[in-house]
Unconditional design. Structure first.
Lengths: 702, 123
């Protein structure tokens, strides 16, 4: 039994080594390392085979033995070479090795084949053999040393790989040569062969393991699969062989000899290897022959899945889907209706099917399973399907999304087979998921677009609002201007008329009437001034004010102002004191505007301060002329002092304006002054009085 | 007695001037529109014309232009007395031949009378 086991083992080793050689070479046919390793494996196979054959093939065992020794030589040389180039080229003593190796190889080959010093006949080993087995230690040791040297230098994965290689080699080499040593002396063959086989086994397994686990020579995946495959093959063939043999022995008095074994083993191996591809081929054939047009569902699903994953637009997804579905199942037509919120889509878009989708959705209400024409009862739905040549209907609904699949008959008139129905089931639900995703994506896109559109609209609204606001403001100013103009006209007329009467042009007027008329005249003048102020504001705002700057002595202008307001002041019982400066002063300003400012300030004082005396004065202050309007009246509350020169918005501060009535005049005064390089300020203590003072540039050169 | 022609469409205003000017001793003629104004100017040959710009039928600036075309009225002093205070208008009218440009809002009736006196009582 052991004998048989050994033989089977040998057989497998040979096959395995060939496999190994194949994979190593396949991985990288150009690389030297791969080539050397592959060669090593092949030669190892040959070595095993030669050993095996020498034992079991009766015809000329000596040749086989010689072959075995020859291959052993090659193995030694090859390994030696590998130790130099794996994993990286090593220069150390390469030259010497080359010379020695060549010599070694040539000499011993000659000795082996062309002399009888090595092996004369089976069982008798000559001196050459002894010489060989002794000297072989040199290359072997050299190889081992090379590997050890490389091992010491390497790290990590490479180190582990090298360890395995070294281990494999050592085991084999020591085994093979050691035994050779012994047998060169003792002459016993049998154990030699068994142990050689073992040595080879260790080598092969180690290499395989290193490949599978540690990616030796960068082969991994292929070999792992191959290893598993190989093991499976091994088990299967052994099993079959065993069964055959047992049956044979039992039924046919089967002769148990080597050739039988070899033949059986080879056959079972062949069968085991070829069964699977054969099966696939047969399947394809039968498919084509028997099941015409039947789809390979797995592949189709894969293709559709790819489509679902890649689509980002509804049109893309749905169009392609309908088209492919039609092709895959060989249908007359495949249509799809999609309802999202209240948006309705129909695919493929080229078909002008004019589906009455409203009626369809009504008929399909609450029916969410597949509806096949043949299977449903007579009724409205069946009529609908009959009329439009629909064979398959199914609707999917989730929240706001509804998809209705409308499939027609097959081109060849067949029914939908079971596996096709299953396929559709899977496919359609997958499609619906993809549809949801695509619709969400489109909604998002639309939302994005809508959002940006709305933002644009809002911004343009804002802009146009802004424009209209500005226009409104302009109009407001224009209005004020126009109105003020219009107001001035009748006021001037009143003024003129009253003064005509007052000045006696119409005859004598009684004293009482005169008083009242004077009051009317004064109020009218005030009205006029206020209206003019309004006009001025709008002019100032529109930037339509012109300043005619001159150099003049302000005394005269101030006298004119006092004269002008004389009537108003007397009427109110207020006295205006004008204090002129003795110095010769000249101011650089617009005369009329200076007068306006003074009139504004004094008028304010007359009407709001409740003072009985107003002091008007001016004096030189360096480069400036300082004008002062002082009263000892009620003063101005501190809270109002800050903003007093700021334009009070008429609407917002109606109350304030009605109460104080100062607003416009002060604002205008400030603006007019600033246009003449003047500055105005207020000093006031409530209860004590107010002092308005402003400066204007002085005209230095006289 | 010097003759003054007032071309003004607002009767109240015209009355105010008239009463004052008459008191000053002038003969005052009043025209309510540009056409009447030109007619009166040609007929009566006044010594001075007070001309408002905003008048019906023929506007003030056209009247002025016509007055200056006619040799009879070419040299008559014409005081433009109006509410408009546009600088460009002012310049235009000056170039057309206005003697002076007075703004109603700024120049009151008595001041106007004094102005007229200064023109007519000189000569």
């Amino acid at each position: 039994m052991i004998d048989i086991f050994v033989r089977i083992l040998f057989f497998y080793l040979i096959v395995l080594n060939f496999f190994l050689a194949f994979f190593i070479l396949f991985r990288n046919p150009k690389k030297r390392i791969n080539q050397s390793f592959a060669l090593l494996c092949i030669v190892l196979s040959v070595w095993i085979f030669a050993l095996f054959a020498s034992q079991n093939l009766s015809t000329n065992p000596q040749i086989w033995l010689k072959l075995a020794f020859f291959t052993q030589l090659i193995i030694i040389i090859n390994s030696w070479y590998i130790s130099f180039i794996y994993p990286k080229r090593m220069q150390l003593l390469q030259g010497a090795a080359l010379i020695f190796g060549t010599a070694y190889f040539i000499i011993f080959s000659i000795l082996l084949f062309f002399s009888s010093f090595w092996l004369s006949r089976l069982g008798t080993y000559g001196n050459a053999f002894l010489l060989y087995s002794t000297i072989s230690w040199i290359p072997i040791t050299w190889t081992i040393l090379n590997f050890r040297h490389k091992l010491a230098k390497s790290v990590g994965l490479e180190k582990i790989q090298l360890k395995y290689v070294l281990m494999a080699y050592v085991f084999w080499a020591v085994n093979a040569n050691f035994l050779a040593n012994i047998f060169s002396i003792s002459g016993n063959d049998l154990a030699f062969f068994a142990f050689s086989g073992l040595a080879s086994l260790v080598f092969t397994v180690a290499i395989f393991y290193a490949i599978a686990r540690y990616r030796l020579l960068d082969i991994r995946f292929l070999v792992s699969k191959a290893v598993v495959y190989g093991l499976l093959l091994l088990v299967v063939t052994l099993l079959y062989t065993y069964i055959l043999f047992v049956l044979g022995l039992y039924f046919y008095q089967f002769q148990l000899d080597f050739t039988n074994l070899l033949v059986t083993l080879s056959l079972t191996l062949l069968v085991a290897i070829t069964v699977f591809p054969l099966k696939k081929g047969l399947e394809k054939l039968t498919n084509r022959a028997l099941l015409k047009g039947k789809i390979l569902t797995n592949e189709a699903l894969k293709e559709f899945s790819a489509l679902f994953v890649q689509s980002y637009s509804l049109e893309n997804l749905a169009q392609k889907f309908c088209l492919r579905l039609r092709q895959t199942l060989n249908l007359e037509n495949a249509n799809l209706l999609v309802l999202n919120d209240d948006k309705f889509f129909s695919f493929p878009q080229k078909d002008t099917n004019n589906f009455d989708y409203k009626e369809l959705t009504r008929l399909l209400k609450d029916k969410d399973n597949e509806l096949i024409f043949d299977d449903i009862k007579e009724g409205k739905l069946k009529d609908f399907m009959r009329k439009r040549n629909i064979y398959f209907l199914q609707s999917f609904k989730k929240r706001t999304i509804t998809a209705v699949f409308i499939l027609g008959y097959k081109l060849n008139g067949d029914i939908y087979y079971d596996d096709e129905r299953n396929f559709l089931n899977l496919l359609l639900s997958q499609f619906f998921i993809a549809l949801e995703r695509v619709l969400i994506y489109e909604d998002l896109k639309n939302f994005n677009q809508t959002l940006s559109r709305k933002v644009k609209l809002a911004t343009s609204n804002l802009r146009s609002n802004n424009k209209s606001l500005r226009k409104a403001l302009e109009l407001k100013d224009e209005l004020i201007s126009v109105v003020s103009h219009e107001l001035v006209v009748p006021m001037a007329a009143i003024s003129g008329s009253i003064s005509t009467v007052l000045e006696g042009y119409t005859g004598r007027i009684p004293a009482k009437s005169s008083k009242f008329l004077q009051a009317v005249y004064n109020e009218n003048i005030r009205l006029l001034r206020m209206t003019k102020n309004l006009l001025n504001i709008s002019k100032i705002k529109a930037g339509n004010v012109r300043y005619f700057i001159e150099s003049f002595n302000p005394s005269a202008a101030m006298e004119e102002v006092v004269e002008f307001l004389h009537g108003v002041a007397t009427e109110r019982g207020v006295k205006i004191n004008l204090i002129t400066s003795k110095e010769k002063t000249r101011v650089k300003a617009d005369r009329d505007k200076l007068k306006s400012v003074l009139i504004n300030l004094i008028d304010n004082a007359i009407h709001h301060s409740e003072a009985k005396q107003i002091e008007l004065s001016f004096q030189k202050q360096g480069n400036l002329i300082l004008f002062t309007v002082k009263d000892e009246g009620v003063g101005i509350p501190v809270s109002e002092q800050k903003n007093i020169f700021i334009d009070l918005d008429l609407l917002n501060n109606k109350k304030k304006l009605i109460k104080k009535g100062r607003g416009l005049g002060l604002y205008i005064s400030q603006k007019l002054l600033s246009g003449m390089n003047g500055k105005i300020r207020l000093e006031s203590k409530p209860g004590k009085g107010s002092t308005f003072s402003f400066t204007l540039p002085s005209a230095q050169k006289l | 007695m010097a003759k003054i022609l007032i071309v003004e469409d607002e009767s109240l205003i015209a009355k105010i001037y008239a009463i004052r000017l008459t008191a000053e001793g002038y003969e005052v003629l009043v025209a309510e529109d540009g056409q009447k104004g030109l007619e009166l100017a040609m007929q009566e040959r006044p010594n001075l014309i007070v001309l408002d710009l905003m008048i019906p039928k023929i506007s003030g600036d056209v009247v002025l232009a016509e007055l200056r075309k006619n040799p009879a009225t070419r040299n008559t002093p014409v005081l433009i007395y109006s509410n408009l205070s546009d600088d460009s208008e002012r310049a235009k009218l000056k170039s057309l031949g206005a003697t002076e440009f007075l703004v109603k809002a700024k120049v009151s009736a008595p001041v106007l009378v004094e102005k007229i006196n200064s023109y007519l009582k000189k000569a």
